[in-house]
Design a protein around this ligand. Structure first.
Ligand code: MLT
Length: 392
């Protein structure tokens, strides 16, 4: 019996697991330290009332013989897929319900989608990046090429036609840098992918944070994307579902490789390995798209954005350079005094009792940076900003 030897190539632990451990070690040594967690991008506001009400109602239905439901459709209930399709229309994107697949979140889908692609494919991943893209491909033993995302390209690198790739990851608004591709930037990637017969895995988990009207929320707003892209989205950051778990993946019918529709392969994979997202949760997710749900999630997103504005203002006051924070819940800052990412992580933890995420955890180009999130409470964010102003 042999283990999957690719696991030996992974770093010892997942980035956010590592940070959680470091934080609890610090707390063991400094009991009662007034820590403010701005590391993992976990929401703190409760679920929107519209979602709670919808889930309660669904819960009651589950307790009545006539309305009880067992296994759900593998691709998700049509009521939710229709609500998602209608949401896409607002951005001028026409996707049909059978191109939408509901799941327990974007993280699972981003990792699981790899089941349907050969391990012989070469993968192109921007650096810095959400570590899940890298780790899941290491687990499968795929060849990974990196493309530099840095200050000089505004953290939105362009394709290089000399590089041949089969699977390309893009995340916009970006985790961790907060950078957002404009239409022209995305069009370059779509053209490149179509020219190479590659597939773009587009992570749109943070699209709801976009406030600039001209920026695209979906890669399918870009002409040509339907023949080369899969889009992943999630209710986690949009509607506070990090613990509730619901997301969706959009695979256009036009996306065909080796004569096979990619959406059909995905449904084959999901129906074999996944028994669907709970009815109660899908009803909660559907409520996100109601007028009340929309108003409530806007309030929550505005609240988090006020936090990023407070953090940005504190950094500006100290002359610390930062990126993101505007169309994204993340502030990506340059560590002061040329400190390395982990060095600054320790400094912030011990001097300000603030937990951030070291940029180097997202890749080599993240070295010298640190990510703070706007997902904390307003009160804690104000305290954190004061500590930054007084200490750094
Ligand atoms: C992050 O902090 O990067 C995210 O919360 C991680 C995730 O969404 O899995």
């Amino acid at each position: 019996m042999k283990i999957n030897g690719n696991f030996n190539k992974l770093q010892d632990s997942y980035l956010f697991f590592n940070i959680a451990q470091k934080t609890s070690e610090f707390l063991k040594k400094n009991p009662g330290a007034p820590i403010i967690k701005m590391g993992i991008g976990d929401v703190t506001l409760p679920l929107p009332q519209a979602c709670v009400d919808a889930m309660k109602k669904a819960c009651d239905e589950m307790g009545v013989k006539e309305t009880f439901r067992g296994y759900c459709d593998y691709e998700g209930y049509e009521f939710l897929r229709q609500a998602i399709a209608d949401y896409y229309k607002e951005y001028g994107v026409d996707v049909s319900v059978d191109e939408i697949f509901v799941s327990d979140g974007a993280k699972s889908d981003v990792g699981n989608i790899l089941d349907i692609f050969s391990d012989e494919n070469t993968v192109l991943i921007p650096d810095p990046v959400y570590p899940v893209y890298v780790d899941t491909n290491i687990m499968a033993g795929r060849k990974i090429l990196y493309i530099d995302a840095n200050e000089s390209n505004g953290f939105t690198p362009e394709p290089d036609y000399n590089v041949k790739a089969d699977i390309i990851y893009l995340c916009s608004p970006n985790n961790p840098t907060g950078a957002v591709y404009d239409r022209a930037g995305l069009k370059k990637w779509v053209d490149y992918a179509n020219a190479q017969d590659a597939v773009i895995l587009f992570d749109a988990a943070y699209e709801a944070f976009i406030e600039d009207k001209d920026l695209p929320h979906s890669i399918f707003e870009i002409e040509g994307a339907k023949t080369c892209a899969i889009e992943f989205c999630s209710f986690s950051k949009t509607a506070g579902f990090t613990g509730t778990r619901c997301g969706y993946t959009v695979i256009p019918k036009e996306l065909v490789r080796e004569g096979r529709k990619i959406g059909e392969l995905w449904l084959r994979r999901q129906s074999t390995k996944y028994n669907g997202t709970a009815y109660i949760i899908q009803r909660g997710a559907e409520a996100v798209f109601t007028p009340e749900g929309r108003a409530q999630i806007k309030e929550n997103i505005d609240y988090y954005k006020r936090n990023t504005a407070i953090l940005s203002e504190a950094l500006s006051a100290k002359g610390i350079q930062y990126f993101g924070g505007k169309n994204s819940p993340y502030v990506w800052l340059k560590c002061p005094n040329n400190m390395k990412s982990w060095e600054f992580f320790d400094y912030l933890l011990t001097k300000c009792y603030i937990v951030g995420t070291p940029g180097s955890g997202f890749g080599k180009n993240g070295e010298g940076f640190l990510r703070l999130t706007g997902f904390g409470s307003y009160e804690n964010t104000l305290i954190a900003a004061e500590r930054i102003k007084n200490t750094l």
